[in-house]
Design a protein around this ligand. Sequence first.
Ligand code: CMC
Length: 443
Amino acid sequence: MTTETQQSTDGGGVATSGETLTVTDNRTGRTYEIPIQDGTIRATELRKIKVDDDDFGLMTYDPAYMATASCRSAITYIDGDRGILEYRGYPIEQLAENSTYLEVAYLLIHGHLPSRQELDEWDHMITIHTFVHENVKEFMQGFRYDAHPMGMLLASVGALSTFYPEASAIKDPEVRYTQVIRLLAKMPTLAAFAYRHNRGMPYVYPDNDLSYPANFLSMIYKVAELKYNADPRLERALDVLFILHADHEQNCSTSAVRSVGSSQVDPYSAIAAGVAALYGPLHGGANEQVLRMLRRIEHKDNVPDFVKGVKAGNERLMGFGHRVYKNYDPRAKIIQRACYDVFEVTGTNPLLDLALELEKIALEDEYFIERKLYPNVDFYSGIIYEALGMPVEMFPVLFAIGRTAGWIAQWLEMIDDQEQKISRPRQIYTGPRGQQYVPISER
Ligand code: CMC
């Protein structure tokens, strides 16, 4: 048996902990020692395992990235087994209790909590960039009257790249910073315009006297009044929802932003990819599906039958289950409590009782216990959104506003990460080879 000891640094030249993995290739009898760092081996180390010199080397096959870390990140920490979520080390519960969305955005993007002066400047910069070019308004008007607002958001945020062509200079920190401010500032404006379009109502311009969430509510609900002042409890509830959605490490949409951004495209195009991923029913579209599901169940008495259907595989219990959380999603707990604050203003929503009943029955059921399926962030968020008067189509849009801070933070981290290159997975080719072209007349 031949023994080859691999280098004791990882592929990036980072000193390892000295822990290693010994692998024996039973095809050749060769043994390899692969460095372990942070509980991970570098997939490229496996490429050194070859049958002969012409062999490409061993690869990992990991559809859906079930066991692949695609980056190093210092932004968000999740312990899915224990139901822990931290942004830059701060527990989500503390941030939801004490912070504002814009402060959390600062934290995610800069890596530290701002001083009073830093926060005031940050808030000011974002506030004064909330307006969009009049042509944005015009092209949004070109959508069909019943266009889904998420589709409109996806298109319009991507279109911002044409208004700010300088944004393609992604290596320039100052240019980048301007786009960061613009993205955070304009996302609510685009979202509100999409909503008003869908309702056939005139667009409302931003009101720079108002806070971030209050301005958004004003752009959504203002009709003929000179000034729209949202109830502070609703303003706060919306801000908390933005905080809870601000980041969630390498989820589908964030991976999309990183992957598309790795081509060095401008940030508007990369964030548009994030919005597209979030549009899907298994990601940001889940809260919309939860509401539709609850409405369909209609009454508590129908819950057992519905659960029976889920267990039989007829459909999924939307708002339940998570790739990472195998425990109660901490965000779901905070949102469930926030429902009651909102109901103080809006009156109760009977769907909450239905959701609580569904949760109770599911959490006692062997099917859900065995698979560690718990409510996720989407299970209760739709109930609040509905109480705020939002139609279901707006739910993923609201998610996207909050997630913008995370997408930006992750995009910036990726740009500065010397280890990152253009994202380009490998494949296992399963198709035919060497086919001979047959003219169409002979087929
Ligand atoms: N209802 C019923 N069964 C479920 C559910 C559910 N919601 N989620 C997972 N399962 C079952 C699944 O059928 C499978 O069972 P079996 O082992 O017998 O085949 C097992 O649990 C493992 O499921 P999975 O599909 O392999 O798990 P995943 O990690 O690939 O999927 C998920 C995660 C979030 C896509 C999935 O749980 C799901 O579809 N949930 C409903 C949609 C939802 O609420 N999405 C929001 C996610 S959180 C916010 C966000 O990311 O946007």
